[in-house]
Design a binder for this molecule. Structure first.
Ligand SMILES: NC(=O)c1ccc[n+]([C@@H]2O[C@H](COP(=O)([O-])OP(=O)(O)OC[C@H]3O[C@@H](n4cnc5c(N)ncnc54)[C@H](O)[C@@H]3O)[C@@H](O)[C@H]2O)c1
Length: 361
């Protein structure tokens, strides 16, 4: 199997166009790529939480940061052409289930047409060799199975967020077949894959309606956290886990072309798919909370009860597998938030976690 590790010998000097760099996962990825010596151009809306990881890191002084909307094809295309990237990583999205019930049209516009706009822009960028489109574990038609979904299971998505991401998978498949077909690779030179990760946590996420940010906010306000779906099982993972998968995949596409095209799951070890209640208890313990969580008895929108990912394909084809277990990941995250609240610099904390992750085997 090829060496697809996250190493500077591959990433140093690579020009990377990264959408969603002002968000939680995108900001971690931008720091990691910058540390590895890549030349990163980010394209996203302004951060939409206060505080946020992007500003806390002062990322706009480390990478080229463009504030723009992926629904604006001309701005996106001219920005990508100017960046002349080798690799495109598309993370920008409206990523929240509850928000998608309130604003379905905006969610579809960003997640579906935004995806088409990214791929349309790639058509005008002859420098691009490798494209990774980030979707989610929620793209599958949920059958409430106890076992993990595989990449060729049927797509679906109950809520507008999940469904818009399933639609974006179809957009990518169509663009790949129509404009970047592997039979014509010698002409266009572009390889494309999609990446589906689980429920991600780590320092620097302050999104609303996400479990760990909600627990951190409750801790800061010294109130009992309110939990919506205590029995729901999700594939929890530290943010660096799927990011290492995206980077391995981008490298595989760059170095080996369309034989790595397709969809890949990047989930945790099977035993780390745990209930919301379990996560809540571990995190409140790490934060040192005396408060017990309380159940939200409001009527909440539908969410799946059971969701796991089968990661055999990423293991077999990319040699990728999770490096941390749930306790290690949650400890990294909990310590990040505690140290940040105590005044430690965000960049120092983020680089410390990346360094700790890199030495794990
Ligand atoms: N966080 C998770 O648990 C999780 C799990 C699975 C998949 N994902 C996927 O990972 C990606 C990143 O998620 P995140 O958690 O970092 O979300 P986030 O909300 O923190 O970041 C979203 C990013 O997208 C940008 N964005 C949103 N709409 C845009 C638009 N119209 N034009 C340009 N930029 C726009 C935002 O500015 C931000 O930079 C998303 O594609 C999401 O669906 C996240």
């Amino acid at each position: 199997m090829e060496n697809l590790g996250v190493t500077a010998d591959f990433w140093s000097g690579k020009r990377v166009f990264l959408t969603g760099h002002t968000g939680f996962k995108g900001s971690w990825l931008a720091v990691w790529l910058h540390k590895l010596g890549a030349d990163v151009t980010g394209f996203s809306l302004e951060p939409n939480t206060q505080p946020n990881h992007f500003e806390a890191l002062k990322l706009d002084s480390a990478i080229t940061s463009i504030l723009g909307d992926i629904r604006d094809l001309e701005h996106l295309r001219s920005s990508m052409v100017a960046a002349n990237p080798d690799i495109v990583l598309h993370l920008a999205a409206q990523p929240l289930v509850r928000e998608s019930f309130d604003n379905p049209i905006d969610t579809y516009a960003t997640n579906v047409m935004g995806t088409a706009n990214v791929l349309e822009s790639v058509r005008d960028c002859p420098s691009v060799k490798s494209v990774v489109m980030i979707t989610t574990d929620k793209v599958y038609e949920n059958k409430e199975w106890e076992w993990g979904y595989r990449e060729d299971d049927r797509l679906g998505g109950f809520d507008p967020y999940s469904n818009s991401k399933a639609c974006s998978e179809l957009v990518t498949a169509s663009y790949t077949q129509s404009f970047f077909n592997s039979d014509d690779y010698g002409t266009h030179g572009v390889a494309i894959a999609t990446a589906r990760a689980g429920n991600v946590f780590g320092g620097g996420d302050w999104a609303k309606d996400r479990l760990i940010p909600d627990l951190v906010r409750a801790h800061a306000e010294k109130v009992a956290p309110v939990i919506r779906y205590p029995g729901a099982v999700r594939p929890w993972q530290h943010v660096l886990e799927p990011l290492s998968g995206y980077l391995a995949l981008a490298r595989a596409l760059y170095e080996h072309g369309p034989r790595f095209n397709g969809a890949y799951n990047f989930g945790p070890r099977d035993t780390d798919a745990q209930t919301v209640k379990t996560i809540c208890e571990i995190v409140t313990g790490i934060l040192g909370d005396a408060q017990k969580w309380v159940l939200d008895d409001a009527v909440n929108p539908h969410e799946a009860g059971h969701l796991k990912l089968d990661i055999s394909k990423a293991k077999a084809r990319l040699g990728w597998e999770p490096k941390t277990n749930l306790d290690q990941g949650l400890t990294l995250a909990g310590e990040w938030y505690k140290n940040f609240a105590a005044g430690t610099d965000a960049m120092e904390l983020t680089l410390r976690d990346i360094a700790a992750f890199e030495v794990l085997s």
